[in-house]
Design a protein around this ligand. Sequence first.
Ligand code: IPD
Ligand code: CA
Ligand code: CA
Length: 287
Amino acid sequence: MAQGVSDLAAKRGVMLAAAQAAGDLILQMQAEGLKNVRGKSNEIDLVTEADVAAEQAIRTALAARYPAIGFWGEESNQPPAEAAFWVVDPIDGTINFANGLPYCAVNIALQQEGQVVLGVTLELPARHLYWAERGQGAYLRPANGPEVRMGVNDSRHLGSALLTTGFPYHRGEHEDNNLAEFGYFIAHSQGVRCMGSAALDLVNVARGALAGYWEGWLNPWDAAPGVLMVREAGGTVTDYSGAPWQLTSKTLVASNGRPALHAALLEGIQQARRGLSASLLPAEEGA
Ligand code: IPD
Ligand code: CA
Ligand code: CA
């Protein structure tokens, strides 16, 4: 077996263990009662002491084994100088977490040679583990039960497609708040669910429970593991212009990869966004 393959498998083992240890810490802190929940960019963009502690625990675990690999975490948010780096969202779905709503996750990805090569999403509090390795598929390791390979569903048009989305924290004060897109798809699809974790939304496309997901204004740590999972499960992930999603993308459309459905998602988004001022759009679409 090639050296690079076994090296990636070793990194995957360390990454999965770091996610599970962080999950234990997060659930323990939640059980003990969260004492310090505060706003970041605004009052609804929350951070708890569990977000900060979990990010630090993940950084320590990864650096202990791989000191030369950089680290880009949401809470410390210092873009790394290294070519290879971990991308970490210690808790995706913090509003759910702070309210005790059981839909949040630990998210870790590895970016190497310009692409995401590993990703893990640990669903909390259920402790289901989802992971993908580039070229090796995407897998669900349930809290109790054997590991299964994930695959996208076969919905081919909007009318049979169950979708999900999320709304940016600036939604109260910014015109580009996803309401036009939501209005379009709620009228044209089987349904649109808004559950509050981009990480799990992507996982649910990868495992075939949802046919599609779109959202703007995302950060790399929200999306990186789930994008790899959707692609490895047979789906397609682009930005709103239809270009393949990459770590710097500000908008995201994920689907089961059926060409007509992905095209319908892009067309619906473009139609809904026609009324927006060009100057307000994320950079990649502003041209
Ligand atoms: C948020 C969640 C949410 C999405 C937001 C994200 P956070 O992440 O993924 O579903 O709509 O855009 O910022 O703040 O809970 O880590
Ligand atoms: Ca997030
Ligand atoms: Ca977060």
